[in-house]
Ligand binder design. Sequence first.
Ligand code: ADP
Ligand code: MG
Length: 225
Amino acid sequence: MPDIVLSEVESRRYLEKSGISMNRFVFVPGRDELIELTRTLRFPLVMKLISPKAVHKSDIGGVLLDIANENELLTGWDTLFANAAAHGIRPEDIEGINVQEQIRGVGEILIGLKRDATFGPVLVLGSGGILVELLKDVALGICPLNDNDIDRMLRKIKGSRLLEGYRGKTKGDMDALRVLIKTVSDMAMDMDDWQEIDLNPVLVGPEGQGAFAVDARVVIRRENG
Ligand code: ADP
Ligand code: MG
């Protein structure tokens, strides 16, 4: 049996239990409930299409940023369905829309987990976005990671040095980022049903304002046979 790829919403529910820092979200199954269900969230919001046919949401226009008010929520809903249709995704293939608070980060990082046959859980830290492919700016560590491991990995990637206040740039909340990495590493040791996890991106806010995974993809392992 093949491994199971969880949607962003299912992945968030999986990770939430371990206390991994994520921005607040609400899953909305139908347009009728959109305004009511999202009332507790603070604008600006981000809307994301949740469909098994769109694992990479932004490839099909499935992510809308800067939603400022209720009216934009409603038009955003229609835009996401129209974008999906334009990519051959039918309404019945859409589970709903993930509405979440928008984070203003001073930088972005990716955190990945792989289960290595020899070493067990391995955590990958990388500069966020396209930079990671371009610069191969990554650091690896075998879980469980201690504070020294985490510092060494953060020092290794150039992208994280940009968060230390490089040339007058706003400093990122490195303490929150360290805690987040530690929590991910601990979770990796506690749970044994995952095969691969990607938090891409993790947005790091200014000092004192936290670090949050705003996207998540968990792959659940299926035993052979
Ligand atoms: P994809 O499935 O395409 O990876 P993401 O959920 O990662 O979709 O969203 C695409 C991009 O939108 C992210 O890389 C990030 O730059 C931005 N983004 C997503 N969610 C948020 C958020 N809650 N706050 C701020 N920016 C976000
Ligand atoms: Mg992503």
